[in-house]
Ligand binder design. Sequence first.
Ligand code: KMH
Ligand code: ZN
Length: 272
Amino acid sequence: MEKLIVTAAICGAEVTKQHNPAVPYTVEEIGREALAAYEEGAAIIHLHVRHDDGTPTQDVARYAECIAEIKRLCPDVIIQPSTGGAVGMNNAERMQPLQLVPEMATLDCGTVNFGGDDIFVNTENTIKEFGAKMIEIGTKPEVEVFDKGMIDTAIRLEKQGYIKAPMHFNFVLGVTGGIAASMRDLSYMIDSIPAGSTFTATGIGRHEFPMAAHAIAAGGHVRVGFEDNIYIEKSILAKSNGELVEKAVYIAEALGRSIATPDEARKILGLS
Ligand code: KMH
Ligand code: ZN
């Protein structure tokens, strides 16, 4: 089977130090967490950034500082900034990291409830605007899907020229308001993408490792990290993103998948 690409979502926009004191805010903390994940086998760092007080921001200068620090510590890792940002940010704010022409970035392909009154808004015109920009600058989108209809949206927009094939999907399972994190639903997502696509699975909270195991066995790739889950096991906080990556790698190796280096990940994803 193809080597496994592990993505570490080290920071997120919603999780805080109140949830887990190891959640990174400062440039130094972002570097520390990226390095811990990379040393355990992460080939991709999915990146959100914060102000020093933990407030999420899409500020391009802050992204530039954090990316420079990650590159200093992990020179070959693939850095994948978020264009989702935090709930409530406008499109101009969200698109700022694209000014840095990253190798990859997220492309969220639909609107989803995020619990309470929170709505993560991605209208069709937003997806087209972000997709067209990524084609213009040569950034490979990771197509973020929180529900099956978002796969259908991505397929439609690919036919219209807003996303290039072969697409790389990230199935996010277990968000309040999105598709459930069940084996049936992950299989349904896997069966719904076009031939030649690649996929990563992200299970939220306690679903992180069961979804990872299923994706590993199915030949897909895996995302773990504080953005999605703060526990290494029930009621025990993870000490770092490195610990979460280490557990994913342990499961992969037990199931016979070896781990892709960043350059191997680039080949698998068509980045090089
Ligand atoms: N923080 C969420 C509102 C992405 O990175 O593109 C959006 C998110 C998805 O995390
Ligand atoms: Zn994200």
